[in-house]
Design a protein around this ligand. Structure first.
Ligand SMILES: O=P(O)(O)OC[C@H]1O[C@H](O)[C@H](O)[C@@H](O)[C@@H]1O
Length: 558
């Protein structure tokens, strides 16, 4: 039976209708029910990560709706689908692949332990040698600068983890004297900003590409190779420079070799690791171990594994990724909210929203079900976010008085870098967290006309100062943010995405929607080349593109 013709779908649809414009089901009322609040909360605890507490009492659900959501999970065979993911069935059917990013963090005794650790042992050996100075650049200088060139999943995950670790005391001290930069955009400005102040003799370049065909990455790779060889010209043999300072991470080892990278300099991974799920493979572990040391990355992998185990084993009602995924489906499919926000109250998580944007939108923005049948409902959400408190001074106006965007607030009990001034009423981290606790309530409760009158607000200003409230959010409170808990957080959001895809009945693990634009860009590239080299006139495009392209070719200089 199709998703939308099932009885559970109909019940949830009518439950959602009941929540609209019903003052009795306003969050102000629901949040006052302490019994309900106690049910809509769960905690996952681990020795290394401390507590991860999820409170979803500010979601527009009551207890009967919650039961319906768990019925939906069962009727959509969620437990069986989670099992198929864990056991390695070919669930990415359009690409004929298994989905095994969780195997990357299972440890030596895991299902793919031998293969995974075959690579990880090499990564450890290589990164230890670079960090200790046993492996030097071609002119004998220590390789203290690393540039990782990659885009999409080959950049966003590693960049998010890099930002998250920068202020962690253990990682920070391990990174002392080292720099790690990422180059993603094919825009030459990005290349310029990345390389301009680096010394080629002390720079190690990593080309990160699962396919080793991505146009942007390949052009940046050729450009960086040129920078490296020019910058060391006359000081060392080119072969030696490339052999010691130019390495690759890819699942297409042959292609990397064809590009000119020596086999011993290629760190592989497998086709069962999707690009956007690859940060736990060499994609993340090579650059981040160079920066922060292999043991730090091992701890990150253990954190992700800790949540994999939770996801694969915990009952649905206390399973954090399952609950978050069901809430995602509830808010988008039934309540009709098309957007959602990820709001970490942590500067270290400033790139988490960007990473999860790819994980989620590239996975679940689909138009057909697993069998290729066109869907009669929308899947996926627009995801965006910024760290708090910055977002509060930017787009929260819309969240409070404009459109509704269900939000996930993430906060930590301890700061990575505490600051406390004796002259201040609270420590700086407490000030941050005061906002973490206040904003969800402001969104949920709002401010009524009566509240405004009681405050003595002038009558004509009251409409402007009313907050409707009833804006849903969840809060995730964790003990601290370190390599382990970063891994946990990553896995929570990876699995949330899978849950939503499983419920919707789509393939969350392919991404055919990125291909068309790439193909058209190829046609434009050929035209630009023909015009620049042979003066060929623009042909084969629609009137709009022809006009704009002609204008571009006229105005731009090569
Ligand atoms: O790692 P690569 O093969 O270079 O791919 C880089 C990225 O580009 C593709 O277009 C996909 O949409 C992404 O999922 C992928 O992460």
């Amino acid at each position: 039976m199709s998703f939308t013709s099932s009885a559970t779908y109909a019940s949830l649809k009518s439950a959602a209708e009941g929540f609209k414009n019903n003052p009795k089901l306003h969050l102000r009322e629901l949040c006052g029910d302490s019994e309900r609040v106690a049910v809509l909360a769960t905690t996952h605890e681990s020795k290394e990560g401390g507590k991860m507490s999820l409170d979803y009492s500010r979601q527009q659900i009551d207890l009967p709706t919650l039961d319906l959501l768990f019925d939906l999970a069962t009727s959509r065979s969620l437990p069986q689908k989670i099992k198929s993911l864990a056991s390695g069935e070919v669930i990415n059917k359009t690409e004929g692949r298994r989905v095994g990013h969780h195997w990357l963090r299972e440890g030596r005794t895991g299902k793919m332990g031998e293969e995974v650790w075959g690579v990880l042992d090499r990564v450890k050996e290589f990164t230890d040698k670079v960090r200790s100075g046993a492996h030097l650049g071609a002119t004998g200088k220590p390789l203290t600068n690393v540039v990782a060139i990659g885009i999409g999943g080959s950049q966003l995950g590693p960049e998010f983890v890099n930002e998250s670790l920068r202020a962690d005391p253990v990682a920070r001290s391990a990174a002392s004297g080292r720099t790690l930069r990422f180059l993603a955009n094919v825009d030459p400005v990005d290349y310029h900003l990345t390389f301009t102040d680096l010394d080629p003799e002390s720079t190690l370049i990593i080309i990160v590409s699962k396919t080793f065909t991505t146009a942007e990455t390949m052009l940046n790779a050729r450009t960086a190779r040129e920078w490296l060889t020019k910058g060391t010209e006359g000081k060392a043999d080119v072969k030696d420079v490339l052999g010691k300072q130019f390495i690759a991470v890819s699942s297409a080892v042959e292609k990397a070799k064809e590009f000119g990278i020596m086999e011993e300099n290629v760190f592989g991974f497998w086709d069962w690791v999707g690009g956007r799920y690859s940060v736990c493979s060499s994609v993340g572990v090579v650059p981040l171990s160079l920066q922060y040391s292999f043991p730090v990355m091992e701890s990150f992998l253990s954190g992700a594994n800790n949540i994999d185990t939770h996801f694969f084993n915990a009952p649905l009602r206390s399973n954090i990724p399952v609950i978050l995924g069901l809430l995602g489906v509830w808010n988008s499919t039934f309540m009709g909210y098309e957007t959602r926000c990820l709001l970490p109250y942590s500067q270290a998580l400033k790139r988490l929203p960007a990473h999860i944007q790819q994980v989620d939108m590239e996975s679940n923005g689909k138009r057909v079900d697993m069998e290729g049948k066109e869907l009669d409902f929308q899947t996926g959400e627009f995801n965006f976010g910024e760290p708090g408190t910055n977002g509060q001074h930017s787009f929260y106006q819309l969240l409070h008085q404009g459109r509704v965007a269900p939000s996930d607030f993430i906060g930590f009990c301890r700061s990575q870098s505490p600051v406390s001034l004796p002259s201040e009423r609270v420590a700086n981290h407490d000030e941050l967290m005061a906002n973490f606790f206040a904003q969800p309530d402001a969104l949920a409760y709002g401010k009524t006309e009566k509240d405004c009158r009681d405050e003595g607000i002038k009558e004509e200003l009251i409409p402007h100062k009313v907050f409707p409230g009833n804006r849903p959010s969840s809060s995730l409170l964790m003990t601290h943010l370190d390599a382990f808990s970063i891994g946990q957080l990553l896995a929570v959001y990876e699995h949330r995405t899978a849950v939503q895809g499983f419920i919707w009945g789509i393939n969350s693990f392919d991404q055919w929607g990125v291909e068309l634009g790439k193909a058209l860009a190829g046609q434009v590239r050929n035209q630009i080349m023909a015009t620049r080299r042979e003066g060929a006139s623009v042909a084969g495009f629609n009137a709009s593109t022809t006009n704009m392209l002609e204008s571009y070719l006229k105005q731009s200089k090569e």
